[in-house]
Design a protein around this ligand. Structure first.
Ligand SMILES: NC(=O)c1ccc[n+]([C@@H]2O[C@H](COP(=O)([O-])OP(=O)(O)OC[C@H]3O[C@@H](n4cnc5c(N)ncnc54)[C@H](O)[C@@H]3O)[C@@H](O)[C@H]2O)c1
Length: 363
């Protein structure tokens, strides 16, 4: 069987949904509901194998991966309860700035509890397990930790898929280093299947394309998982706001003045758990300067919403490795990430991905 050997940093809700999903789709071989592609260049979801995992939580470190993904504070919906044992145990990662101090004010079952184990040699494990791709699912604001794991990728020749809003793949200096070493990379900040970002981008584009002046817009998001708890610390949020706001502004020729656009995580509502609720509003003017307002409420389980995008990103990354193509994979980054090196409208990004899969586009 052709394998794609993947390492994961941060065994939180997103990792849980992804790992459950790999097994869910391997059983439902002909089932394509929820996936954009069942097969990419011969690779199916079942070809993706997690060979290494890193976390810092005492309820996850040292545990078999298939148990760790269901350990608190993870709280996403279970789509596949019985995961076939992988023989992977979660290794102790390097903490750096992964854990926000404000978490100590909340109950243990909702926060990260730092393990006393010694951090492992990440490069050594990546090499020993034959990992080809490392997925970064660290908490928002983990600038130093994200940089550390990216450096480990450079040292071990492993590709990085950076799912968080720390700008690595979209940073010219980092991108240049991966290009130099001919390592394919995808990022930054994963864009969910039907999440607030893709809806907001497309509504703003619709208004713009149909001649509507957009005067003001907001996107307020609430959730009850550790991602939302972590983001209560506003100091960790700067790049998340940039990533989410630029994703919307980039579909317009002239950006909305910054005082008239507000996008961001807005509050933590514990009982929502992994259910994210987004409130969106667009105010504008149509023909004859007549006002129009649009209000939208999206309710969606946050973590499965990004897992399908990841399954495509992982396979495109592997295809690039097979083709010996290195550096930033522009097409799949633009399609599945909020903050790629270069933004494209979603339908163009989608065409670019199809061209890449067919082999008509290098990146
Ligand atoms: N749809 C989505 O869910 C979505 C979309 C876009 C971006 N993201 C981003 O993906 C990331 C992961 O989201 P999540 O919901 O899985 O978060 P989570 O809080 O459930 O998981 C984070 C995990 O990282 C671990 N961790 C903390 N510091 C670490 C370190 N230094 N080394 C190793 N592990 C460490 C924690 O113990 C936890 O298990 C977040 O940054 C989130 O903003 C998610």
């Amino acid at each position: 069987m052709r394998e794609i050997r993947v390492a994961v940093v941060g065994i939180g809700n997103c990792a849980s949904s992804l790992i459950q999903g790999l097994q869910y789709y391997s059983k439902k071989r002909k089932e394509t509901i929820g996936l954009m592609h069942y097969e990419i260049c011969g690779y199916k979801p079942e070809n993706i194998k997690v060979v290494a995992a890193f976390d810092i939580d005492e309820r996850k470190v040292g545990m078999p991966l298939e148990e760790a993904i269901f350990s608190p504070p993870n709280c996403t919906k279970t789509i596949e309860a019985n995961i076939v044992p992988s023989n992977v145990k979660v290794s102790m990662g390097h903490i750096f700035d992964g854990v926000s101090a404000h978490m100590k004010d909340y109950p243990d079952e909702r926060i990260f509890l730092v393990s006393k184990n010694r951090p492992v040699d990440v490069v050594k494990i990546l090499k020993a397990t034959g990992a080809e791709i490392l997925i970064n699912y660290l908490p928002v604001g983990s600038e130093k930790a994200a940089g550390f794991y990216a450096q480990c990728c450079l040292e071990s020749g492993v590709s990085l898929i950076n799912c968080i809003p720390v700008f690595i793949v979209s940073n010219a200096e980092w991108a240049g280093k991966f290009q130099e070493k001919k390592i394919p990379v995808i990022g930054d900040d994963v864009k969910s299947q039907i999440g607030a970002t893709i809806i907001h981008r497309n509504l703003v584009k619709l208004f713009h394309d149909r001649g509507v002046a957009i005067d003001r817009t907001y996107q307020l998001n609430t959730g009850g998982n550790t991602d939302f708890l972590n983001m209560l610390n506003r100091e960790r949020l700067a790049s998340k706001k940039v990533s989410k706001t630029e994703a919307v502004q980039s579909v317009l020729n002239v950006p909305i003045p910054s005082e008239n656009i507000h996008i961001g995580p807005s509050d933590y509502v514990p009982w929502q758990k992994d259910n994210k609720v987004c409130f969106m509003r667009l105010e504008g003017r149509i023909f004859g300067d007549v006002p129009i307002n649009l209000e939208l409420r999206l309710s969606v389980e946050d973590s499965p919403n990004s897992a399908g995008c990841m399954i495509d990103a992982i396979r495109c990354c592997k295809v690039a490795r097979d083709r010996k193509v290195g550096g930033v994979l522009e097409s799949i980054s633009a399609y599945t990430m909020k903050h790629p090196l270069r933004q494209y409208p979603d339908e163009i990004a989608r065409t670019m991905v199809e061209e890449f899969i067919r082999g008509d586009r290098e990146r």
